[in-house]
Design a protein around this ligand. Structure first.
Ligand code: KE4
Length: 428
């Protein structure tokens, strides 16, 4: 068992001053038990905790570290930018450079606004869609997460077509009642929702692929149906690519699936690990934003020069190398190895993968939506998580999170991960 005494002391100290000892809930290990470790440093595919334990990292700070941690082009870009100042609140040249890079990579994005988190991007896109359509109601899908904006922390109403209730304390019922939460991958449910409320729906928002309840994929034709229903009803189709944007391809999930959303949300990779968010799409919608139009949205650190420098360095690397082909090869190797490991250990694990994103559900049933995902054996997952962690492999500390492979993960490291997983699965 690795020594983690310094992490334990730091966690005790954090608990004195930070709610739950963490600045974001998932980091507290509540879903898997035990005490979270504190990181000292990270490089490439590795992280070292404050007790000196070295780990192969498959969380990658929840997606941004697609090049691996502390990638040289990003570090040098941030250092150079920092020499000129860390924030201005004045337009700086890196802002049009980033906006142009996003618009050129994602054809559906004609104009884009930078902000400082994925939450801010999704919250702002919803407000913009409501201002543009002059409608209040929105549709989201159970299991999908779009940040902690009030309109989106909503759980399904009692009946399939009843509007939502707050999914967090502090969210007024008056906010939640405008959000309709539907089961994902259920064509009839979304058709019925538009049949009943179509002309009231300002927007429908969905993840590039649902990756906040683990990872499952849209059925063939499902996203095309969502697009058509939005077009037919004058609703804004918002595609949340905070996680999938620049992860699944340079054009995101929408390029893979051949979609043209009205608005898209981004984050994570376009900040190279620094605080960032962005939302963009049709110019006629985006021009409703202040200072041009009546929808207000703002941010002191929006377009921050360090975040722009880091993000541009990441995008330059991703567009100049055959990185996505490499990530697909690593993903194939990982998936095949992990499936073999589960089979040889006679443990039922439903491995899901798209590109360099993955999740292993501890169930022998297929997983196509949240209800299926909830059938997974979370106790078994928790044992697997800790077995892997003690053996030097860090997976996301929750069954309902996705994992990430970076360009820094080598075939040898993936082979090592698979052999460790084989041993851990056999011990369950
Ligand atoms: P942030 O506000 O955390 O930058 O982005 C919110 C968000 C929006 N949309 C999607 C599809 C997302 O995955 C996220 C955030 N992802 C989680 C990981 N499941 C962030 C990790 C955390 O909350 O600590």
């Amino acid at each position: 068992m690795p020594i983690r005494s310094r992490s334990e002391a730091l966690f005790a100290e954090s608990l004195k001053y930070i709610p739950g000892g963490v600045n974001s809930p998932v980091r507290a290990f509540r879903a898997v038990g035990g005490t979270p470790f504190f990181v000292n440093r990270a490089k490439g595919s590795r992280i070292w905790d404050v007790d000196g334990n070295e780990l192969i990292d498959y969380v990658g700070t929840w997606g941004p570290a697609i090049l691996g941690h502390a990638a040289e082009p990003i570090i040098s870009a941030v250092k150079a930018a920092a020499e000129h100042g860390t924030s201005f609140g004045i337009p700086n040249p890196l802002e049009p450079a980033m906006a142009k890079a996003v618009c050129e990579a994602v054809p559906s994005v004609q104009k884009v606004r930078m902000c400082s988190s994925g939450t801010e991007a999704c919250m702002s896109a919803i407000r913009l869609a409501r201002g543009f359509t002059k409608r209040d109601k929105i549709i989201k899908f159970d299991g999908c997460y779009h940040g902690h904006g009030d309109s989106l922390l909503v759980k399904a109403g009692s009946g399939a077509l009843t509007f939502g209730h707050p999914d967090s304390a502090g969210v007024p019922a008056d906010f939640a009642k405008h959000t309709l939460v539907l089961p994902f991958n259920d064509e009839e449910a979304v058709k019925a929702a538009f049949a009943a409320h179509g002309t009231e729906i300002a927007a429908l928002i969905v993840e590039g692929v649902p990756a906040n309840a683990g990872l499952y994929l849209p059925k063939p034709g499902y996203y095309e149906l969502l697009t058509k229903l939005c077009r037919d009803n004058g609703s804004v189709f918002i595609f949340d690519e905070v996680m999938t944007g620049f992860r699944l391809s340079l054009g995101g999930a929408q390029k893979l699936f051949g979609l043209t959303p009205d608005l898209s949300c981004f984050g994570k990779i376009i900040g190279g690990g620094l605080p960032v968010g962005a939302f963009g799409g049709r110019a006629d919608i985006m021009d409703y934003l202040a200072p041009l139009g009546p929808v207000y949205q703002a941010g002191t650190l929006s377009g921050n020069p360090l975040a722009m420098a880091a993000g541009l360095a990441a995008l330059k690397e991703l567009s100049s190398t055959d990185g996505y082909a490499t990530l697909e090869q690593r993903g194939l190797q990982f998936e095949a190895g992990m499936k073999d490991a589960a089979k040889s250990a006679s443990v039922a694990v439903e491995w899901k993968r798209i590109g360099s994103m993955f999740c292993g559900y501890f169930t022998d049933q297929p997983v196509h939506n949240l209800a299926d995902a909830m059938k997974s054996d979370r106790q078994k997952f928790a044992k697997f998580f800790h077995g892997m962690l003690d053996a030097g492999v860090y997976f996301a500390p929750s069954q309902f999170e996705a994992g990430f492979i970076s360009l820094a993960h080598t075939p040898q490291e993936i082979e090592t991960t698979v052999s460790i997983a084989s041993r851990v699965l056999k011990s369950l």
